[in-house]
Design a binder for this molecule. Structure first.
Ligand code: NDP
Length: 283
């Protein structure tokens, strides 16, 4: 099946417009927001992400610095770096790239970041605020998903939404944001019975499972909006989402591609969070 009926939600273009808006607002501030990205070890995927974040931040007028630490760094040493960044008035945003090596507890590091500088939105204070509706720093990928839905003109009020995946960094925050936007939300996961049937009921389907092309075309209701968060490397080196794109595009009303959908929004939202943290801290 190669025919494409669905409208393609162009994350690359929507992210570029958001980055331009952040750059314009940053230029008008009178100071440069600061973003510190901490990279531990030499995981190649993490290095690529961190380089992209650093470049995008600089393009938006943000003073970005990347702090590279060896894979052998101790938790105490990493916590000391976080404490120094917390105390540095020029740093508005702190991001510690995950995953971390096994000798370091990611939770301890996330909890050490000043919640006002937690531009990833992973600190328990920010997680709590997301769930009680007072969030200021929302995790970047879920925020990007919501912006794509808004830009695509999707009406969420009263819509039946299904979030496939319940991770703390994608599935759970996406479900909270959709609920806050008045959708009726189901969260599905590896223990869900009859996943295809659950998916077929959804008018809005957000897939964040990390399994290449798991969601098939016949799991999707005609006209549904499909947001594919998955980034999976196929054996031949190509990237694939969690949704079988060609099959899904033949039945969906609108769909995000991979690459070029949610991925670019994540970095654009990081820039927006950094700007927001800077404005909140410095007026
Ligand atoms: P996790 O591995 O943390 O979570 C995956 C979720 O999917 C879990 O809730 C798991 O269920 C569920 N799941 C796994 N297998 C199945 C299955 N066979 N049937 C039903 N549910 C299943 O992944 P993340 O949330 O961190 O990431 C998800 C995807 O999004 C990945 O491809 C990742 O690369 C991508 N991603 C993309 C980003 C971007 O910028 N675009 C940013 C972050 C992630 P259970 O809880 O029961 O184990």
């Amino acid at each position: 099946m190669t025919e494409t009926a669905a409208r393609i939600i162009d994350g690359k273009a929507i992210a570029a417009a958001l980055r331009a808006r952040v750059a314009a607002r940053t230029a008008a501030l009178g100071f440069r927001p600061g973003l510190a990205v901490v990279l531990v070890g030499d995981d190649p995927a993490s290095a690529v992400y961190v380089r992209s974040k650093d470049r995008a931040a600089k393009e938006a007028g943000i003073a970005a610095e990347t702090i590279r630490l060896p894979a052998t760094v101790t938790e105490a040493e990493l916590l000391a770096v976080v404490a120094r960044l917390n105390a540095d008035a020029a740093v508005d945003g702190i991001l510690v790239q995950l995953p971390l090596p096994p000798q370091i507890r990611a939770r301890a590091v996330i909890e050490a970041i000043d919640p006002a500088k937690d531009v990833d939105g992973f600190h328990p204070v920010n997680v709590g605020r997301l769930h009680d509706g007072t969030a200021t720093l929302v995790p970047c990928t879920p925020l990007g998903v919501m912006k794509l839905l808004a830009e695509a003109g999707v009406v969420l009020r009263g819509a039946r939404a299904l979030v496939l995946g319940r991770s703390a960094i994608v599935g759970k925050p996406v479900a909270a944001l959709l609920t806050a936007a008045d959708a009726t939300v189901t969260v599905a996961h590896s223990r869900t019975r009859d996943l295809p049937a659950e998916c077929r009921r959804a008018e809005v389907l957000v897939a964040a499972v990390g399994r290449a092309e798991m969601v098939r075309g016949d799991w999707i209701a005609s006209g549904a909006v499909v947001i594919d968060v998955g980034i999976n490397r196929l054996p031949d080196g190509r990237l694939a989402g969690d949704v079988a794109y060609a099959e899904a595009a033949a039945v969906a009303g609108a769909i995000t591609p991979v690459p070029g959908g949610v991925g670019p929004m994540t970095i654009a939202c990081l820039l927006e969070n950094t700007l927001g943290a800077a404005v909140a801290r410095r007026g």
